[in-house]
Design a protein around this ligand. Sequence first.
Ligand code: BGC
Length: 266
Amino acid sequence: MQISLAQQVALVTGGSSGIGAASARALAAAGAAVVVHYNAQAEPAQALAAEIKAAGGRAIALGGDVSKEADVERLFEQTLETFGYLDILLANSGIQQDAPAVDMTLEQWNAVIGVNLTGQFLCARSALRIFKRQGIREGVSRAAGKIIHMSSVHQVIPWAGHVNYATSKGGLDMLMRSLAQEVSHHKIRINGIAPGAIRTAINRDVTEGEAEQALLKLIPYGRVGEAEEVANAVVWLASDMSDYVVGSTLFIDGGMSLYPEFRGNG
Ligand code: BGC
């Protein structure tokens, strides 16, 4: 299967590490020009953009806080100034700040909702404004723009000790589907990806050593996933190969959302 995103421009928020970085690489390998967005980690984002350019692709690293309206507006303006168009938004920025609910501070709650939910809304809103103005770019893609929201299995699996995170992802599912219902008739495609345990910095403490054994009990397929496995799905969802996929969430979780604790139980 050969997927080409030639002539398309993709913006990847949270592109400096983990699933975002793997996705930026994969989108570039499929031919898209890529904006590698970062919040704090300028250096790895710039290194990734340089790596893509050295391989013959087009890329730029741009900073900003996705929970801040002015930053998001500047990010999308700079994207258009640099590449002229926007065809794909991978809204991927996400953070965790874990604490039992009784100890969770308002700052921890607001920080996670701000990035994982408000940030996703602000980025989607900016992308939609561009997509509606741009319309379908004949010969480039069948859709007038594609948004992929990076969610989590925790959009359906409750998560004790992480109520801010699980709430943000549950809300993100409804954001994604409501937006899809609102704009699909403009030929704009909006979908979500819900990864399970993927080996990245966000969960290093549970994917290494003894903790990994406990985690594996929750994964019927018997292993932790890799960022590249999510990136492959990003490329497919961004391409015309998935042109009839609208308002769906693709779970990439080795079966985690099948509630394996119920096998022979309950
Ligand atoms: C979280 C990870 C966690 C995984 C499975 C992800 O959304 O970011 O920290 O390991 O869900 O629970």
